[in-house]
Design a protein around this ligand. Structure first.
Ligand code: ADP
Ligand code: MG
Length: 700
């Protein structure tokens, strides 16, 4: 049960003075999205994006066009609109030593204005100044107050992200109401962390953010925001640690084997394992052997060689006499895996089967039978693997190939069939460590850094597009040496058709130099034509392939050693990284030419710089996160609501690790969260909506 101390924060927003159904509707749109109950807490978690500082006084003459200023003015005269001109504004003329300004009101009550701005009074007036024909005016000043009251005015005003129909004034008032309901809560952060980080108290941090005194108060690196970011991370990490503990406690079976299948497979491979692969395999085997359930993430860039690591886990499971399931995100990938693995498996006498939605009727029934009686040791497929009616003899290992998709909480909670099984999730970068922590928490991580041995580094250069003739010349000599070249065409923003035109034009230009050595592949070709174009490129019949951005995933042309990317400034970092990954697969040194059209914006410049500096997918992913923010990478952008409401991963990544350790330590010391601090942490979990996690505690 949620502690009663939180009741005021979880009350519906309409419980606040001055918040009626209409305003509540707007706030729902703004804060939680359609269909969700908007609570007082949500209003408090809506933090300002900036502030207006009205403390700096200005003078009429020196106030620039559009400047938001605070003026000290003597009110001179009122000029109501004439009877005949109802739509003209009501003007009040006022001045200071430097000049005159008209305070302009549309559809105002004369009586109200006469009271507000009495003639002869000196007033403080704040708002936006506009100049027209040498005259200054201010339309609907943000506030006016007698000079005597200046002391009590709050002259620094937070600005909030808004939604249509909502006024800043109304929002600020509602927030200030909400702040007055803020209960006093016991500290849930370890005191040593509080001291080291110089964190303010939770309530003080919130109050300060909603009533900033200076821009620094709203800075992501400021103490208030860091405090709240930490709270959010701590709730997140504690919840993840609790669910992990639960998942582990559920199973507990030790899978071990004599190694005969593992070593047989290893000798059947056409290559030897890299050091990174070997240590990942060792970690996985150790997990499988332990009586706790394995929850491991295998991270590795595209092409890093994750599949063979999974295979070694599968082999160990088979030695232990249990079945494995390999779950792929799409049917195509499932087929690819099945094709790639079945030959190897056959050589060591393992029976692998593919199961997808395409299997129907008798064939499907027979597959299911072999799965149920244990004849099939390995099954590869899509989520069809866990459908109703699919029964396993004894499923001991589930491998999930996440490939590029992220956004995965639900994949961790497999169905009953997989509940006792060890779990290995494979993900490709870009997933920076902070995001792994955010989404998987304390999941164990094995990383395949780098690429299999023998791959040469790729030299990356960025050049302005006026250098195109030089590139063409260089390519000429490269293809004479037998090199193969990808030429990626400008990503045109408007339509696929223009993408195509650009690619056709470029192919035309290149053909003037290299004749029929130039091929073309684009998204509008039929599958067969695409295959044919790629085949002639692979065989060397064509030496240059001009492609729209969709270079088919999975094309593998080890002889290709040069990639030219036009308008590189229009691509995102991870796209550039993926594209560059098309070369550097063989044993030749490769190069990547990023052509750009100057002038470069700041972000584009940063991206190209990172591309030149590193080939490390992890580093690129981290930088990408900094440039883009977490929404994109976590795939939360479609939902419109950020993964974290208060924290900003790109600024607060350091706190995530501390929160992880803090959560782990706490659960070791106080597994049921019964101590005083434990109770406070329960409150924190509820505060951030982690009710599910609290239920995982043995004594709720
Ligand atoms: P990913 O991590 O993207 O799933 P894959 O497992 O598909 O990568 O491996 C990419 C390619 O590298 C495959 O063709 C695979 O056979 C090859 N490969 C994997 N490990 C090694 C290795 N140790 N040495 C050489 N090639 C390897
Ligand atoms: Mg793979």
């Amino acid at each position: 049960m949620r502690p009663t101390v939180l009741d005021p924060l979880f009350a519906a927003i309409t419980s606040l003075d001055g918040v009626g159904p209409k305003l509540a509707g707007l706030l729902q749109t703004l804060l939680v999205g359609h269909g969700q109950t908007v609570r007082v807490r949500d209003l408090l978690f809506h933090l300002p994006s900036g502030l207006i500082d009205r403390r700096k006084r200005s003078e009429v003459l020196s106030a620039g066009q559009g400047a938001i200023v605070t003026l000290t003015l003597r009110i001179d005269r009122h000029q109501p609109p004439g009877r005949a001109q109802k739509t003209s504004p009501y003007r009040v003329y006022a001045q200071d030593e430097t000049g005159e300004i008209a305070l302009t009101y549309f559809r105002a009550q004369p009586r109200w204005l006469e009271d507000l701005l009495p003639i002869g009074e000196t007033m403080l007036v704040s708002g936006k100044v506009e100049w027209f024909n040498g005259r200054a005016q201010m339309v609907h000043p943000d506030f006016v107050a007698p000079i005597a009251e200046a002391e009590q005015l709050s002259l620094v005003e937070p600005i909030y992200p808004m939604t249509a129909g909502l006024s800043g004034k109304v929002l600020r008032k509602a927030i200030s109401e909400a702040l007055s309901r803020l209960p006093s809560l016991d500290e849930w952060i370890d005191e040593s962390v509080v001291a080291r980080q110089t964190f303010p108290r939770f309530a003080d941090a919130l109050k300060r953010l909603h009533d900033p005194q200076d821009a620094i108060d709203l800075d992501p690196s400021g103490a208030s925001l860091r405090r709240l970011a930490y709270d959010e991370f701590l709730a997140n990490q504690l919840a993840l640690a609790l669910s992990r503990r639960k998942m582990r406690a559920l199973s507990g079976r030790s899978l071990s084997g004599d190694g005969h299948l593992v070593s047989a497979l290893q000798s059947a491979l056409p290559f030897s394992l890299t050091h990174a692969q070997e240590s990942a395999i060792a970690e996985i085997h150790a997990d499988m052997k332990s009586p706790e359930r394995m929850l491991r993430l295998l991270q590795g860039d595209v092409g890093a060689g994750k599949t063979v690591v999974a295979l070694m886990a599968i082999a160990r499971a088979a030695e232990a006499g249990v079945q494995s399931a390999l779950l792929a995100p799409t049917e195509i990938l499932a087929r690819q895996h099945a094709l790639g693995l079945s030959k190897l498996c056959e050589t060591v006498g393992l029976h692998l089967e593919l199961l997808t939605g395409r299997d129907t009727g008798k064939a499907r029934a027979r597959k299911l039978e072999r799965l149920a009686n244990g004849e099939t040791q390995i099954v590869v497929g899509t989520h069809a693997l866990f459908q109703e009616g699919v029964d396993y003899h004894d499923l001991g290992l589930v491998v999930v190939d996440e490939q590029h998709r992220f956004g995965v909480h639900q994949r961790l909670t497999l169905t009953e069939k997989g509940k006792r099984a060890d779990l290995l999730v494979m993900t490709a970068t870009p997933i920076p460590r902070t995001l792994v922590l955010a989404a998987f928490g304390d999941m164990d991580v094995s990383r395949l850094a780098g690429k299999p041995a023998g791959r040469k580094p790729i030299t990356t250069v960025a050049l302005p597009d006026e250098r195109l003739p030089n590139i063409v010349q260089r390519i000429g000599s490269a293809i004479e040496q037998g090199d193969r070249v990808y030429w990626v065409c400008p990503l045109v923003e408007e339509s696929e058709k223009s993408d195509l035109t650009a690619a056709e034009e470029r192919a035309g230009v290149l053909r003037q130099f290299f004749g029929d050595k130039v091929g073309l592949v684009h998204g509008r070709m039929s599958g067969e034509d695409k295959d044919a174009a790629m085949a002639t490129f692979k065989s060397g019949e064509t030496a240059i392939i001009v492609a729209t951005t969709v270079i088919e995933v999975g094309v593998d042309v080890p002889d290709a050693s040069i990639i030219v990317i036009e308008h590189a400034e229009r691509f995102g970092l991870s796209q550039l990284h993926q594209l560059r990954g098309r070369v550097g697969r063989g044993d030749k040194p490769s190069s990547c030419v990023l052509l750009y059209r100057p002038p470069l914006g700041q972000t584009a410049q940063a991206r190209l710089k990172i591309m030149r500096e590193t080939e490390d997918g992890f580093r690129i992913a981290e930088e990408d996160l900094k440039l883009r923010g977490e929404g994109d990478l976590l795939g939360t952008q479609q939902s419109g609501m950020p993964f974290f409401r208060l924290a900003k991963l790109e600024h607060h990544a350091d706190l995530m690790e501390i929160a992880r350790d803090d959560a782990r330590l706490m659960l070791n010391q106080d597994p049921d969260l019964k101590s005083e601090r434990g109770e406070a942490l329960r409150t924190l979990l509820y505060l951030f909506g982690k009710d599910e996690a609290v239920r995982l505690l043995r004594s709720g």
